[in-house]
Ligand binder design. Structure first.
Ligand SMILES: Nc1ncnc2c1ncn2[C@@H]1O[C@H](COP(=O)(O)OP(=O)(O)O)[C@@H](O)[C@H]1O
Ligand SMILES: [Mg+2]
Length: 263
Protein backbone atom coordinates (compact mmCIF):
# COMPACT_ATOMS: atom_id res chain seq x y z
CA UNK A 1 0.00 0.00 0.00
CA UNK A 2 1.22 3.48 -0.79
CA UNK A 3 2.35 5.51 2.19
CA UNK A 4 -0.20 7.98 3.47
CA UNK A 5 -0.39 11.57 2.34
CA UNK A 6 2.22 14.12 3.37
CA UNK A 7 1.38 17.82 3.47
CA UNK A 8 4.31 20.21 3.09
CA UNK A 9 3.68 23.88 3.71
CA UNK A 10 6.47 25.98 2.24
CA UNK A 11 6.56 29.46 3.73
CA UNK A 12 6.46 32.56 1.58
CA UNK A 13 9.69 33.56 3.31
CA UNK A 14 11.61 30.70 1.66
CA UNK A 15 9.62 29.41 -1.31
CA UNK A 16 11.56 31.45 -3.87
CA UNK A 17 15.02 30.50 -2.73
CA UNK A 18 15.08 26.83 -1.80
CA UNK A 19 18.37 25.33 -3.02
CA UNK A 20 18.53 22.57 -5.69
CA UNK A 21 19.34 20.01 -2.96
CA UNK A 22 16.03 20.82 -1.28
CA UNK A 23 14.16 20.06 -4.50
CA UNK A 24 16.21 16.89 -5.05
CA UNK A 25 15.03 15.66 -1.68
CA UNK A 26 11.43 16.79 -2.30
CA UNK A 27 11.40 14.83 -5.57
CA UNK A 28 12.77 11.76 -3.80
CA UNK A 29 10.03 11.97 -1.17
CA UNK A 30 7.33 12.59 -3.80
CA UNK A 31 8.40 9.43 -5.62
CA UNK A 32 7.40 7.36 -2.59
CA UNK A 33 4.19 9.01 -1.41
CA UNK A 34 1.49 11.49 -2.31
CA UNK A 35 2.48 15.03 -1.41
CA UNK A 36 0.34 18.15 -1.17
CA UNK A 37 2.60 21.19 -1.31
CA UNK A 38 0.92 24.32 0.02
CA UNK A 39 2.86 27.53 -0.53
CA UNK A 40 2.84 30.97 1.03
CA UNK A 41 3.65 34.17 -0.87
CA UNK A 42 4.91 36.81 1.59
CA UNK A 43 8.38 37.43 0.12
CA UNK A 44 7.34 37.27 -3.59
CA UNK A 45 4.49 39.68 -2.87
CA UNK A 46 6.87 42.01 -1.04
CA UNK A 47 9.27 41.91 -3.99
CA UNK A 48 6.45 42.60 -6.41
CA UNK A 49 5.30 45.59 -4.37
CA UNK A 50 8.86 46.89 -4.04
CA UNK A 51 9.20 46.78 -7.83
CA UNK A 52 6.07 48.86 -8.26
CA UNK A 53 6.80 51.22 -5.36
CA UNK A 54 3.76 50.10 -3.36
CA UNK A 55 3.52 49.72 0.41
CA UNK A 56 1.40 47.14 2.23
CA UNK A 57 -1.63 48.75 3.86
CA UNK A 58 -1.47 47.93 7.55
CA UNK A 59 -4.57 48.84 9.56
CA UNK A 60 -5.85 48.33 13.10
CA UNK A 61 -9.26 46.69 13.39
CA UNK A 62 -12.07 47.08 15.92
CA UNK A 63 -10.44 44.47 18.19
CA UNK A 64 -7.11 46.33 18.19
CA UNK A 65 -5.30 43.87 15.94
CA UNK A 66 -3.02 45.22 13.27
CA UNK A 67 -3.00 43.36 9.99
CA UNK A 68 -2.41 43.56 6.29
CA UNK A 69 -5.46 44.96 4.61
CA UNK A 70 -6.45 42.88 1.58
CA UNK A 71 -8.41 44.73 -1.05
CA UNK A 72 -9.16 43.51 -4.58
CA UNK A 73 -5.85 44.86 -5.85
CA UNK A 74 -3.78 43.02 -3.22
CA UNK A 75 -5.72 39.85 -4.01
CA UNK A 76 -4.93 40.25 -7.68
CA UNK A 77 -1.23 40.66 -6.76
CA UNK A 78 -1.37 37.48 -4.67
CA UNK A 79 -3.03 35.68 -7.57
CA UNK A 80 -0.36 36.81 -10.04
CA UNK A 81 2.51 35.98 -7.67
CA UNK A 82 0.99 32.55 -7.03
CA UNK A 83 0.58 31.67 -10.71
CA UNK A 84 4.32 32.22 -11.04
CA UNK A 85 5.15 30.30 -7.86
CA UNK A 86 3.05 27.29 -8.87
CA UNK A 87 4.73 27.21 -12.26
CA UNK A 88 8.18 27.35 -10.67
CA UNK A 89 7.37 24.61 -8.16
CA UNK A 90 5.96 22.38 -10.90
CA UNK A 91 9.08 23.07 -12.94
CA UNK A 92 11.44 22.09 -10.11
CA UNK A 93 9.55 18.85 -9.54
CA UNK A 94 8.96 18.15 -13.21
CA UNK A 95 12.61 18.31 -14.17
CA UNK A 96 13.27 15.74 -11.44
CA UNK A 97 10.68 13.36 -12.87
CA UNK A 98 7.81 14.13 -10.49
CA UNK A 99 4.43 14.86 -12.06
CA UNK A 100 2.55 17.68 -10.37
CA UNK A 101 -0.85 19.25 -10.80
CA UNK A 102 -1.13 22.83 -9.63
CA UNK A 103 -4.27 24.61 -8.56
CA UNK A 104 -5.42 27.52 -6.53
CA UNK A 105 -7.86 26.64 -3.79
CA UNK A 106 -10.34 29.30 -4.88
CA UNK A 107 -10.55 28.53 -8.60
CA UNK A 108 -10.52 24.79 -7.90
CA UNK A 109 -13.25 25.35 -5.26
CA UNK A 110 -11.33 23.30 -2.71
CA UNK A 111 -11.14 25.90 0.06
CA UNK A 112 -14.03 27.91 1.47
CA UNK A 113 -13.40 30.80 3.86
CA UNK A 114 -15.61 33.03 5.93
CA UNK A 115 -15.18 36.77 5.59
CA UNK A 116 -16.58 38.64 8.57
CA UNK A 117 -17.50 42.28 8.30
CA UNK A 118 -15.04 44.25 10.35
CA UNK A 119 -14.49 47.84 11.21
CA UNK A 120 -11.06 49.45 10.82
CA UNK A 121 -9.51 52.61 12.13
CA UNK A 122 -9.23 55.03 9.23
CA UNK A 123 -8.42 58.69 9.93
CA UNK A 124 -9.41 58.29 13.56
CA UNK A 125 -12.78 56.67 12.84
CA UNK A 126 -13.93 53.05 12.95
CA UNK A 127 -15.12 52.37 9.43
CA UNK A 128 -16.55 49.27 7.75
CA UNK A 129 -14.12 48.16 5.02
CA UNK A 130 -14.15 45.07 2.86
CA UNK A 131 -11.01 43.27 3.98
CA UNK A 132 -11.09 40.16 1.82
CA UNK A 133 -9.48 37.80 4.29
CA UNK A 134 -10.89 35.17 6.60
CA UNK A 135 -10.43 31.74 8.17
CA UNK A 136 -11.05 28.50 6.30
CA UNK A 137 -14.46 27.10 7.12
CA UNK A 138 -14.56 24.14 4.78
CA UNK A 139 -12.29 21.99 2.61
CA UNK A 140 -13.92 20.05 -0.21
CA UNK A 141 -12.30 16.66 0.38
CA UNK A 142 -13.84 15.17 -2.78
CA UNK A 143 -12.35 17.82 -5.05
CA UNK A 144 -9.08 17.65 -3.14
CA UNK A 145 -8.91 13.86 -3.59
CA UNK A 146 -9.65 14.17 -7.30
CA UNK A 147 -6.78 16.63 -7.79
CA UNK A 148 -4.47 14.47 -5.72
CA UNK A 149 -5.19 11.37 -7.80
CA UNK A 150 -4.23 13.19 -11.00
CA UNK A 151 -0.47 13.32 -10.27
CA UNK A 152 2.29 12.44 -7.80
CA UNK A 153 2.14 15.85 -6.18
CA UNK A 154 -0.50 18.52 -5.81
CA UNK A 155 0.74 22.11 -5.61
CA UNK A 156 -1.95 24.18 -3.94
CA UNK A 157 -2.22 27.93 -3.42
CA UNK A 158 -4.19 28.62 -0.25
CA UNK A 159 -6.68 31.08 -1.66
CA UNK A 160 -10.32 30.33 -0.84
CA UNK A 161 -13.79 31.25 -2.06
CA UNK A 162 -16.60 32.56 0.10
CA UNK A 163 -20.29 33.14 -0.54
CA UNK A 164 -19.53 36.84 -1.22
CA UNK A 165 -16.14 36.69 -2.96
CA UNK A 166 -14.61 34.59 -5.74
CA UNK A 167 -11.21 34.74 -4.00
CA UNK A 168 -10.33 35.31 -0.36
CA UNK A 169 -6.93 35.67 1.34
CA UNK A 170 -6.48 33.18 4.15
CA UNK A 171 -3.69 32.18 6.52
CA UNK A 172 -1.51 29.61 4.75
CA UNK A 173 -0.44 27.79 7.94
CA UNK A 174 -3.98 27.21 9.12
CA UNK A 175 -5.02 26.34 5.57
CA UNK A 176 -2.26 23.71 5.42
CA UNK A 177 -3.53 22.18 8.67
CA UNK A 178 -7.11 22.05 7.35
CA UNK A 179 -5.92 20.55 4.05
CA UNK A 180 -3.95 17.90 5.95
CA UNK A 181 -7.08 17.04 7.93
CA UNK A 182 -9.26 16.77 4.81
CA UNK A 183 -6.65 14.59 3.07
CA UNK A 184 -6.29 12.42 6.22
CA UNK A 185 -2.56 13.10 5.97
CA UNK A 186 -0.13 11.26 8.23
CA UNK A 187 2.38 14.09 8.44
CA UNK A 188 2.50 17.85 8.16
CA UNK A 189 5.82 19.59 7.59
CA UNK A 190 6.05 23.38 7.74
CA UNK A 191 9.18 24.63 6.01
CA UNK A 192 10.18 28.11 7.08
CA UNK A 193 13.15 30.51 7.35
CA UNK A 194 14.31 29.54 10.87
CA UNK A 195 15.77 26.17 11.99
CA UNK A 196 12.76 25.59 14.25
CA UNK A 197 11.14 27.18 17.28
CA UNK A 198 13.90 29.16 18.97
CA UNK A 199 14.12 29.82 22.68
CA UNK A 200 17.11 31.87 23.82
CA UNK A 201 18.90 31.21 20.57
CA UNK A 202 18.55 27.42 20.58
CA UNK A 203 16.17 25.29 18.57
CA UNK A 204 13.61 23.35 20.58
CA UNK A 205 13.67 19.72 19.39
CA UNK A 206 10.23 18.78 20.73
CA UNK A 207 7.46 21.01 21.96
CA UNK A 208 4.58 19.56 23.94
CA UNK A 209 1.25 21.20 24.70
CA UNK A 210 2.09 21.81 28.36
CA UNK A 211 5.22 23.69 27.29
CA UNK A 212 3.36 25.95 24.89
CA UNK A 213 1.53 28.31 27.27
CA UNK A 214 4.59 29.34 29.30
CA UNK A 215 6.50 29.92 26.05
CA UNK A 216 3.77 32.11 24.56
CA UNK A 217 5.69 35.39 25.07
CA UNK A 218 8.63 33.95 23.11
CA UNK A 219 6.70 32.53 20.19
CA UNK A 220 5.23 35.38 18.20
CA UNK A 221 4.28 36.54 14.71
CA UNK A 222 4.43 33.94 11.97
CA UNK A 223 5.65 31.24 14.37
CA UNK A 224 2.66 31.67 16.68
CA UNK A 225 0.36 30.91 13.74
CA UNK A 226 2.35 27.79 12.90
CA UNK A 227 2.18 26.45 16.45
CA UNK A 228 -1.55 27.03 16.63
CA UNK A 229 -2.03 25.35 13.23
CA UNK A 230 0.17 22.46 14.42
CA UNK A 231 -2.09 21.77 17.40
CA UNK A 232 -5.21 22.01 15.26
CA UNK A 233 -3.73 19.31 13.01
CA UNK A 234 -2.54 17.11 15.89
CA UNK A 235 -5.93 17.30 17.62
CA UNK A 236 -7.54 16.13 14.38
CA UNK A 237 -5.34 13.04 14.26
CA UNK A 238 -2.39 14.08 12.09
CA UNK A 239 0.40 11.87 13.44
CA UNK A 240 3.44 14.07 13.07
CA UNK A 241 3.91 17.83 12.72
CA UNK A 242 7.37 19.36 12.25
CA UNK A 243 8.28 23.03 11.84
CA UNK A 244 11.67 24.28 10.66
CA UNK A 245 14.23 24.88 7.96
CA UNK A 246 15.73 21.95 6.07
CA UNK A 247 14.87 19.22 3.64
CA UNK A 248 11.59 17.36 4.04
CA UNK A 249 13.51 14.16 4.86
CA UNK A 250 15.62 15.83 7.55
CA UNK A 251 12.56 17.46 9.11
CA UNK A 252 10.56 14.21 9.07
CA UNK A 253 13.46 12.25 10.57
CA UNK A 254 13.95 14.78 13.37
CA UNK A 255 17.47 15.73 12.22
CA UNK A 256 16.39 19.37 12.25
CA UNK A 257 13.33 21.43 13.14
CA UNK A 258 10.89 21.32 16.03
CA UNK A 259 8.49 18.42 16.36
CA UNK A 260 5.23 19.58 17.92
CA UNK A 261 3.71 16.87 20.12
CA UNK A 262 0.15 16.43 21.28
CA UNK A 263 1.11 15.80 24.87
N1 LIG B 1 10.31 31.56 19.11
C1 LIG B 1 10.44 31.71 17.77
N2 LIG B 1 11.23 30.85 17.09
C2 LIG B 1 11.40 30.97 15.76
N3 LIG B 1 10.80 31.93 15.01
C3 LIG B 1 9.99 32.82 15.62
C4 LIG B 1 9.78 32.75 17.03
N4 LIG B 1 8.95 33.76 17.37
C5 LIG B 1 8.67 34.43 16.24
N5 LIG B 1 9.29 33.88 15.18
C6 LIG B 1 9.23 34.40 13.81
O1 LIG B 1 8.46 33.54 12.98
C7 LIG B 1 9.03 33.62 11.67
C8 LIG B 1 8.51 32.49 10.80
O2 LIG B 1 7.20 32.78 10.38
P1 LIG B 1 6.91 33.53 9.00
O3 LIG B 1 7.77 34.72 8.87
O4 LIG B 1 5.45 33.73 8.90
O5 LIG B 1 7.46 32.46 7.94
P2 LIG B 1 6.70 31.66 6.75
O6 LIG B 1 6.94 32.47 5.53
O7 LIG B 1 7.43 30.36 6.72
O8 LIG B 1 5.26 31.52 7.12
C9 LIG B 1 10.50 33.61 11.93
O9 LIG B 1 11.26 34.12 10.86
C10 LIG B 1 10.60 34.52 13.17
O10 LIG B 1 10.78 35.86 12.79
MG1 LIG C 1 3.91 32.97 7.76
Amino acid sequence: MAEPVLVVKVGGSVVSDLPPAWWDDAAKVAATRKVILVHGWSAPLRAMHANTGRQPIMLVNQHGHRGRFTDARVLEDIRVASVDLRARIRGELGKRGVSAVAADGATAKVLVAEVRRQRWWVDGRLTYLDNIVGPIRDVDATRLGRLLRAADTLVLTPLATSPQYPAVNTDADRAAARIAMAAVAADLVMVTDVPGIQIDGATVAELSREEVSPLAPFVTGGMKKKVSAAFTALDAGIGRVVIGRGTISDLLAGRTGTRVCRR
